[in-house]
Design a protein. Structure first.
Length: 85
């Protein structure tokens, strides 16, 4: 969808670039959540606190990302006629 948005409105390129970077950030945080869960299950000494911290970080990162995405793309998606999105 992002390439179509930029083709329809080149001014959205910086927004799309930021969102793509943030997708990588979210993926890294998800990996942290996965590691914390695996540690909790596989190591009796690993507590639930690490899992809570990982999920708190995920919530913060993901909500900030979604807020930005919504604030920047709802308007263009409503006005641009790019079909199929």
């Amino acid at each position: 969808m992002f390439p179509r948005l930029v083709r329809a409105d080149p001014a959205l390129a910086p927004v799309v670039e930021r969102l793509e970077r943030e997708h990588h950030d979210v993926a890294a945080v998800l990996e942290d959540v996965d590691r914390a869960l695996v540690a909790m299950v596989s190591d009796a000494g690993a507590g639930v606190d690490a899992v809570r911290r990982a999920f708190d970080t995920l919530a913060d990162v993901l909500l900030a990302h979604l807020d930005y995405e919504e604030s920047q793309l709802v308007g263009p998606l409503n006005t641009l006629s790019i079909g199929g999105i």
